[in-house]
Write a protein that binds this ligand. Structure first.
Ligand code: SF4
Ligand code: ZN
Length: 303
């Protein structure tokens, strides 16, 4: 059923077809409802938005920018990480910079090369590791450290419903349930002065919805995918979930809804795993030495 006489841009489950204007309203209302329902924001927040230049992060930045205009007590800054992936990140960062310039949003860019002495490409030449494993460890490390140094109260990411489903399933498949306890619309198990809490305003939005919102609102650049994506375990789980969703519509929503029911129990179960500080760099860590320092040491031995 169509929403009005305008041309539909998306078919939602439940046989509802929405035009550009009705879909934009529907999508933004869904994000604002997620923010309220999971209490993602406080009355005053100095928010960082982790910006990659892709559709998810630009969508979340664009919506939070609208929100901060309506509510001046919510301040926003964009933070981008340049991992050093030739032919990919340089292009997406150009797009991110353009968007921030056009919308007068302050953008802070930090690079692996400057912080760790090597680009991701150089790290991957030196070590035999899965690209996304090492890339994710250094990105999370840098985002947290820099957000804290910038005195941001929270860090919003563009994770959507599909990303969360993949993470839940990946943790199950790898027998890593404690990692699932740190998921959810607000990440982490305990608050800590050195840990900037992450929030996921797109938590209830499917990938297809985010892509449509980004497309109709002019947020998409030429579609680019990281050259390391095909190797990732996540990409295989994503394909499996997409196949299931096609055969059994509603699969992803069911995973998220059931996960939200058990999440409080998981958080309770693992809440005593206190955050420690790395003996080498003093950043928050689950172990005595953080993963970033472990890999940096391995890189030093090789180079
Ligand atoms: Fe890094 Fe993997 Fe993402 Fe590429 S796909 S940016 S290597 S985490
Ligand atoms: Zn460390």
């Amino acid at each position: 059923m169509n929403c009005c006489n305008n041309k539909p841009v998306i078919a939602l489950s439940g046989n509802e077809n929405l035009c550009k204007s009705h879909f934009t309203g529907y999508f933004e209302a869904k994000v604002f409802k997620t923010i309220r329902q999971f209490e993602l924001l406080d009355k005053e927040d100095s928010l960082g938005i982790a910006l990659s230049g892709g559709k998810d992060s630009l969508t979340v930045l664009s919506i939070l920018n609208k929100l901060s205009k309506q509510n001046p007590k919510i301040k926003i800054n964009a933070i981008a990480i340049d991992e050093g992936i030739k032919g990919y990140r340089d292009k997406t960062l150009e797009h991110a910079t353009d968007f921030c310039n056009k919308n007068s949003i302050e953008l802070h860019i930090f690079s692996y090369k400057e912080e760790f002495g090597l680009t991701l490409d150089e790290m991957l030449n030196a070590l035999d590791v899965k690209p996304c494993t090492i890339c994710g460890i250094f990105r999370r490390y840098l985002l947290n450290k820099k957000s804290r140094e910038l005195k941001l109260t929270k860090l919003a990411t563009g994770h959507n419903l599909d990303d969360e489903c993949q993470s839940i399933l990946m943790n199950q498949l790898k027998d890593n349930i404690e990692a699932s306890a740190r998921l959810g619309p607000k990440t982490g198990l305990a608050s800590d002065k050195k840990f900037v809490q992450r929030i996921k305003p797109l938590y209830m939005c499917a990938e297809k919805e985010v892509a449509t919102y980004a497309f109709i609102n002019g947020l998409l650049d030429n579609f680019r995918e990281c050259p390391n994506t095909p190797q990732s375990f996540r990409a295989q789980v994503r394909d499996m979930l997409n196949g299931m969703e096609q055969k059994f519509p509603g699969t992803k929503n069911s995973i998220i809804n059931s996960f939200l029911q058990i999440l409080p129990l998981l958080k309770q179960q693992f809440k005593n795993g206190a955050i420690k500080y790395c003996a080498s760099c003093n950043e928050p860590s689950a172990n005595e030495i953080c993963n970033a320092c472990i890999y940096l040491e391995k890189l030093r031995e090789k180079i």
